[in-house]
Design a protein around this ligand. Structure first.
Ligand SMILES: [Zn+2]
Ligand SMILES: [Zn+2]
Length: 291
């Protein structure tokens, strides 16, 4: 009985671990589909509320921009998953124990500076930044570029979708700020379940809300990671007020995003080899916390 319960628990845990990825994928594709619909059909809620007609080429420009952002989000996410940041298969240099090296009792090996053990991934990760719950994987030395590019295109995509959805808010609030329109924007689920709005109005209000909330959430992550990128810090180092590996803004971008740091964000296929090995880092400041 205990083993059956353990098996069920393991299966539930595995499903829960993939839930954020499934949910994110669903939201990204739903938002893209809704925004494409707004561009092509231009009828947010009612057919008689159409805005000024866009020319065919202008619609095409919008669609190309949307699918460029969607392609970059998916491709970067895929490469993020496929690029393991862990120490598995990495030659750490024999007994190379020096300043900043530690011993991991779980992995039973000496690990280099900036490397730490992740209890979710169950392995030590090189230049570990944090364990991303949305992706269900650690952000580390080898996959940081894909993480940041994915964040960049999610941010720009949500900014675009929020601007496109501004019309949905305008249409909903067109007849004045009534209790009905405010409730539709604040609690669309309850309005749908209680039969106050149509499924169509609910879908538009829900996606418009998701764009605004998602944009605020992704903005905070994106600008925080840009701040860390410029400072040459990981989240863990920022948290413990240490900044010993700062190489200046350009040096930090080069060491984190690779030698083509100025180009690599445009497309994940642009090769940008990392200058370091993820094991040795030039120390330019104190290894002790500054406060
Ligand atoms: Zn470990
Ligand atoms: Zn992890």
């Amino acid at each position: 009985m205990t083993s059956v319960a353990a098996k069920v628990f393991c299966r539930v845990e595995r499903v829960c671990r993939h839930l954020p990825v499934v949910l994110n994928t669903f939201l990204v594709f739903s938002i893209t589909a809704e925004v494409s619909y707004l561009v092509v059909v231009e009828a947010p809620l009612e057919p008689d509320q159409k805005k000024t007609e866009w020319s065919a080429w202008w619609k095409l420009v919008h669609l190309l921009a949307q699918y460029f952002m969607l392609g970059n989000i998916c491709w970067n996410a895929l490469l993020f998953f496929r690029t393991s940041p862990s120490i598995r298969g990495v030659f750490l240099g024999g007994e190379g124990v020096g300043q900043g090296w530690r011993y991991c009792y779980t992995c039973e090996t000496h690990t280099p500076p900036r490397c730490s053990h992740c209890y979710d991934c169950k392995v030590c990760v090189l230049r570990r930044d944090h364990h991303c719950v949305f992706f269900g994987q650690c952000v580390g030395f080898r996959n940081y570029r894909f993480f940041l590019s994915c964040l960049l295109f999610m941010w720009s995509g949500l900014l675009y979708a929020t601007m496109m959805n501004a019309e949905v808010f305008i249409v909903i609030l067109k007849e004045g700020v009534s209790l009905h329109s405010i409730l539709l924007l604040l609690i669309p689920w309850i309005m749908l379940v209680s039969g106050q709005v149509s499924a169509r109005a609910f879908a538009f209000a829900f996606i418009a809300d998701t764009c605004v909330v998602g944009f605020l959430l992704v903005s905070s992550f994106f600008f925080f990671h840009l701040f860390l990128l410029f400072r040459g810090q990981t989240t863990r180092e920022w948290y413990s007020s240490r900044r010993p590996y700062n190489l200046g803004v350009l040096g930090n971008m080069r060491s984190t995003l690779g030698i083509r740091w100025y180009l690599c964000w445009i497309c994940p296929l642009i090769p940008s080899p990392l200058p370091g090995d993820g094991i040795n880092f030039p120390v330019t400041g104190s290894l002790e916390p500054s406060r």
